[in-house]
Design a protein around this ligand. Structure first.
Ligand SMILES: [Fe+2]
Ligand SMILES: [Fe+2]
Length: 135
């Protein structure tokens, strides 16, 4: 069973954002599977790096859309993105040094973050984008 399952409640109604969110779910599941399979830190590191790169790319897509549509919540939303990015970089550093292992609590944190962020911030952004497009 997938660690994080895509459900229609996660759909925000902006095709590029929804497609990227689905990919993010896939990458989180791949990372979870790698952890469950007991892969070593090099393999886990690679999988996490892939997820991290994709996440940064996704944040950039959303932030470009925010700027192009003069989204009033840009600063706050970007700050939330930056905060997660910082935490992931920190995690990568710890895994690399061997001072921390990829653990179930870390995976739960990622899952909860994603699910909450999509349901709150990204939905607000999507509503704004769809309103702007309808004008
Ligand atoms: Fe976002
Ligand atoms: Fe997002």
């Amino acid at each position: 069973m997938a660690f994080i399952k895509w459900e229609s409640k996660y759909e925000v109604g902006v095709p590029i954002i929804d497609a990227q969110h689905r990919m993010l779910f896939d990458h989180v599941n791949t990372l979870f599977d790698a952890m469950q399979a007991g892969h070593g830190k090099d393999e886990i590191g690679k999988t996490l790096a892939f997820l991290a790169r994709y996440t940064v790319e996704h944040f950039k897509t959303e932030e470009d859309l925010m700027q192009r549509s003069a989204y009033p919540g840009f600063k706050a939303h970007k700050a939330v993105h930056d905060d997660l990015t910082r935490q992931v970089v920190e995690l990568q550093g710890k895994l690399d040094k061997g001072s921390q292992m990829l653990s179930l609590p870390v995976m739960h944190f990622l899952r909860d973050w994603l699910s909450h962020h999509i349901s709150e911030e990204d939905k607000k952004l999507a509503a704004h984008l769809n309103r702007a497009a309808a004008r």
